[in-house]
Design a protein around this ligand. Structure first.
Ligand code: PMP
Length: 430
């Protein structure tokens, strides 16, 4: 998964002298584990709204970065960051109102049952902490994840991220279930099928003496290829997991903060209240902040045994940034914009059939299958499109087990005319 749309270092010789030197310097200093996107790596120097600019002054419409979700370098967020950074920044073992104001505002966006917020710096850490709490509460160790899920990079969470490939073994007590595939012909069957797979996994855990701890899913199944519909399909599987004594962890790192347009959180599309919700990416609009929300009774035992401290998580600067992000989403109506512009984008992409396969998604998170003449995933064509669009000034990515699903996930401030410009460029290329 981490190699999707990756630049091949062997091709460095084909780059211009300046870019080649930069790519080689990077490889020398950062080592070979790092990847770059695109056949021609991008060197970005500036951003504003949904536009980024490269070192040569070329502008690109950013339809990929869900982190800077209220817009690159949003002035209100930057001002909040600068003001607090100029005043004080300390860890969370001192009293400070920012973290409380932020927690209050964040929790107010969620169902009342989710009573506590805890802060980390990355989504991986948030999932790691959620996993510790879930295992502690249930006394279990078995976690169910989908077959091409990605949840993060700590040792425990990488082992629950099958998309990392065979080099990173799936945890022994985990069970992997197929993603809830979109079934255009019979949408009602999606939830039943997914719940049946989850029950099978629970039965297999029982047979092997493994106590179930959690169902951990990204509520948009992003890495699996974006499976959003029909809203509500998750409910039956979650009920099965709870009946087995385990908890439901909603990974909202991708769908959260209004991206789906109709709801602020992805789990709300499914009419669910998770036991734990993990957050990240857009939370700080580029500033590294993440965290979780949890039901108080689930946190109780963990809290009585283990003190929680994260040096940077929830510091006054991060909290000021997080608060500004929430305010901008509300003041600028970005959720409604995601719904409006997302619907336009989705309809426009659907109108490009049969050159494009199935179009799925919610709000401003859209996946598009790229298939060959026989309907099979076409990895090469998807890669070709991603790179051709980059050359035309449009940034998107790819996802799914075969990297054949175009991943379109722009900042929530994407304007109607920007979406139309992208659709015209794509139509031309197709
Ligand atoms: N969960 C999901 C669904 C993600 O997509 C990611 C990051 N791609 C993470 C967790 C991990 O977040 P981070 O990279 O901030 O550790």
């Amino acid at each position: 998964m981490l190699k999707v749309n990756a630049f091949d270092q062997q091709q460095a010789a084909s780059l211009g002298a300046d870019q080649r030197q930069r790519v080689e310097r990077r490889a020398r200093l950062l080592g070979p584990a790092y990847q770059l996107f695109y056949d021609q790596p991008l060197h970005l120097v500036q951003g504003s709204g949904a536009t980024v600019t490269d070192h040569a002054g070329k502008r690109y419409l950013d339809l990929y970065n869900n982190v800077q979700s209220v817009g690159h370098c949003h002035p209100k967020v930057v001002a909040a960051l600068a003001a607090q950074a100029g005043q004080l920044n300390v860890h969370t073992r001192y009293l400070h109102d920012n973290v409380l104001d932020y927690a209050e505002r964040l929790l107010a966006s969620m169902p009342a049952e989710l009573g506590h917020a805890m802060f980390t710096c990355t989504g991986s850490e948030a999932n790691d902490l959620a996993l510790r709490i879930a295992c502690d509460y249930t006394g279990g160790s078995g976690v169910i994840v989908t077959e091409y899920a990605y949840h993060g990079i700590t040792q425990a969470i990488a082992a629950l991220s099958p998309s990392m490939g065979s080099y990173v073994p799936v945890a022994r007590d985990a069970r992997v279930v197929p993603a809830p595939r979109h079934l255009p012909g019979s949408p009602q069957a999606v939830g039943r099928q997914f719940a049946a797979e989850v029950r099978k996994a629970l039965a297999d855990m029982q047979r092997h003496g493994i106590k179930p701890a959690a169902l951990l899913v990204d509520t948009l199944f992003t890495s699996d290829g974006v499976f959003a519909d029909p809203a509500g399909f998750l409910a039956e599987a979650v009920a099965a997991v709870r009946a087995a004594g385990a908890v439901f962890i909603a990974d909202e790192v991708q769908p959260g903060f209004g991206r789906t347009g109709s709801h602020f959180w992805g789990f709300q599309r499914h009419g669910l209240v998770p036991d734990l919700v993990t957050l990240g990416k857009p939370m700080g609009n580029g500033h590294p902040m993440a965290g979780l929300a949890v039901k108080p009774d689930i946190l109780q035992r963990f809290a009585s045994q283990a003190a929680y401290f994260n040096t940077f998580g929830g510091n006054p600067v991060s909290a000021a940034v997080g608060l500004a992000v929430l305010e901008v989403i509300e003041e600028e109506g970005l959720m409604a914009n995601a719904e409006r512009v997302g619907a336009l984008l989705k309809a426009g992409l659907q109108s490009l059939a049969p050159a494009l396969g199935t179009v799925r998604g919610a709000g401003l998170f859209i996946g598009v299958d790229i298939v060959d003449a026989s309907g099979q995933p076409d990895t090469l064509r998807a890669r070709g499109l991603v790179n051709a669009l980059r050359d035309e000034g449009f940034l998107i990515g790819a996802a799914g087990p075969a990297s054949s699903v175009l991943k379109i996930r722009p900042p929530l401030c994407l304007r109607r005319e920007e979406a139309e410009r992208f659709l015209s460029a794509l139509a031309r290329l197709l």
